[in-house]
Design a protein around this ligand. Structure first.
Ligand code: HEM
Length: 147
């Protein structure tokens, strides 16, 4: 089981406390779709993803960005059992959506870039270390139901 120090827990809570789910969710997902355009293939039903401008303005991208952050909040609320918390979500991405599991890291990296942009100097190396660990646990839990 993953062990968390009190400092790591406080750091991760602190990052979430600064996050505006709507803007950070949208920016992160949009960045992922622009920087790694092959990720667009899973969002065929989302409408216009023609270029960066269209992606940023796409209401489906915005809505789904918020959904992703709410999904991450579940991990925050269940930090001692992230693996089991994500069983259904992992199955969904693996079996139904057939998302290549390498893409989880790409979206997580985009999220980190956006968090850094928003927190600026508050996103210290120590805070980033805790945040990175949290995202690694999330990614490994999301990959768990892939066979
Ligand atoms: C940090 C990683 C991720 C988290 C926390 C996450 C979370 C979620 C959540 C909570 C849902 C909604 C599930 C439901 O409706 O029950 C979802 C759906 C979905 N996810 Fe992810 N996801 C992640 C990464 C990805 C990646 C990397 C991709 C593809 C590149 C992806 C593609 C999708 C798609 C296509 C849907 C369905 C969207 C729709 O049609 O509304 N996800 N995800």
């Amino acid at each position: 089981m993953v062990q968390w120090t009190a400092e790591e827990r406080a750091a991760i809570q602190g990052v979430f406390a600064t996050l505006d789910y709507e803007s950070v969710g949208r920016e992160s997902l949009a960045r992922c779709l622009v920087v790694y355009p092959w990720t667009q293939r899973y969002f065929g039903g989302f409408g216009n993803l023609y270029n960066a401008e269209a992606i940023m303005a796409n209401p489906n991208v915005a809505a789904h960005g918020t959904v992703v952050l709410r999904g991450l909040e579940k991990a925050l609320k269940n930090m001692d059992d992230i693996k089991n918390t994500y069983t259904t979500l992992s199955e969904l991405h693996s079996e139904k959506l057939q998302v290549d599991p390498g893409n989880f890291q790409l979206l997580a990296d985009c999220l980190t870039v956006v968090v850094a942009k928003h927190m600026r100097t508050e996103f210290t190396p120590d805070i980033q270390a805790a945040w990175q660990k949290f995202l690694s646990v999330v990614i490994s839990a999301l990959r768990r139901q892939y066979h």
